[in-house]
Design a binder for this molecule. Sequence first.
Ligand code: ATP
Ligand code: MG
Length: 395
Amino acid sequence: MVEFKAERVLTRFGELSNKGKNRKLFVKQLIANLKAQLSAYPEVKYKNHFDRIMVELNGAPEDKVIDLMRHVFGIRSISPVVLCDADMDTITQVCLHLMQKEEACTFKVMTNRKDKHLPYSSDALNRSVATAILLNTEHKVDVHKPELKIKIDVDMEKAAISTRVVEGAGGFPIGVGGKALLLLSGGIDSPVAAYHIMRRGVEVECIHFAAPPYTTIQALDKVKQLAEILTAYQAKLKLHIVPFTDIQMEIYKQAGPDYGVILMRRSMMRIAEVIAENNKCLALVTGENLGQVASQTLQSMHAIEADVDMLMLRPLLSLEKNEIIDQAKKIGTYETSILPYEDCCTIFKVSNPVTKPKLKIVRLEEAKCDLQDKEEIALANIETFVFPSIEENYL
Ligand code: ATP
Ligand code: MG
C-alpha cells in the first residue's frame, strides 16, 4: 500500500486567540519560538493563517516535529495534515489508509469544499469515505459524538486531510510576558515553578546557590540537568551559579541557628534581585509552597521578602505536594530532582528552625553578620551557563 505522509502540521492557538491588538505580537513570538525549538529542521516553514499557523514539513519527520511542538506554549492543539489530489477516489483511499492505522473507534467525516465547482458534493464525498472505512475496518460511524473526526478541506486542486488531534501545551508563547528570574534548587518544586511561569508567557532565567565543597559537583550537575530538561519548553535557558559558601558560613557562625535558614534565604533574595535587575528580569520566582517546611509559613515568607523590592512570585503556593510531584513527572523533571545529592540548604539543616520569625529579630540577627562584602564578592564571581549545553562554549 502507498504510504501517505503528513506534509503540513496545523497549529491551533490557545488563549492567544482572544488577545485583540496584541495578537500580531503573540503570533510573531509563537513563530519565533517554534523556529527556535525546531532549529534542527531548517527545511520547516511557517505560515500564519488567520487563527492558525500552518507548519510545512518539507520532508522533516512528522513525529519528531510534532513531539517538539507539543512542548511549545501558546498552542492548543496540533494536527498533521496529509495532502493529496482532489479526486474522490484518491481522497477515499487516503482516508481509508489513515484510518487503518487507528484503533477501532467511532468516527465522522466532515468535508469543507473550498470551491463550489467541484464535481461532487460534500455529502457524496463524506459517504464515499465512510463507506470505504465501514467496509474495510472495525470503525463505526457516530455523527453526534465521534471519537475521531476526519476533516477534509478540498478545492479544485488539492485535498487536505487530518484525522489526528494532538493536545498542545496551552498557555501563552514564552516572551510575550517579559522575563523573570527563578531560584532553581535541585529539588522537586522549583523546576515545576519554572514550567508554570513559562506557560504564562514569561521567559525564565535561573539562579542557583551552590556551597562547595559542602555541596558536590554532582549536586551542581543535577541543577544543570534540570535546566537542560527545561529547554524542552524554552529553547534557550540561562543559569547563573552563585558561590554561596562564605555567606552561609558567616550566617551560621554569627547568627542564632534557628534563624539560619531565613537569613540565608534573605541573602539569596538580595543577590537574586541584583542579577534580576542586571538581566532585565521583572520578578523573582521560587518553588515555595505554603506550609511545606519551616521556611514556608506566612511569617517566614514575609521575613524573607520584607527587604526585597522586586515582585516575588510563588506559583506553587497553594498546591498539594502530590500534585507538584505529578506535575514534575509530567514535565520530565521528577527523576532528576529526586537524585540524592545534597542542596546547600540541607547541608546546614538545624533541628529546630523558627517557624514564626519576627521581622525585628530577623533584622537584629542579620546585623550580627558581616554579609555585604561577601555578597558583593559572590556577585562578582557568578558563573553563567546557557542551555542547551552545546552553547556553553559561546559564553
Ligand atoms: P525545592 O523542591 O524547589 O528545592 P523545597 O520544598 O525543597 O523546594 P526549600 O528548600 O525550602 O523548599 O526552598 C524553597 C525555594 O527556595 C525553592 O523552591 C527554590 O526556589 C529556592 N531555593 C532553595 N534553595 C536554593 C538554592 N540552593 N539555589 C536556588 N534556589 C534555591
Ligand atoms: Mg529544596
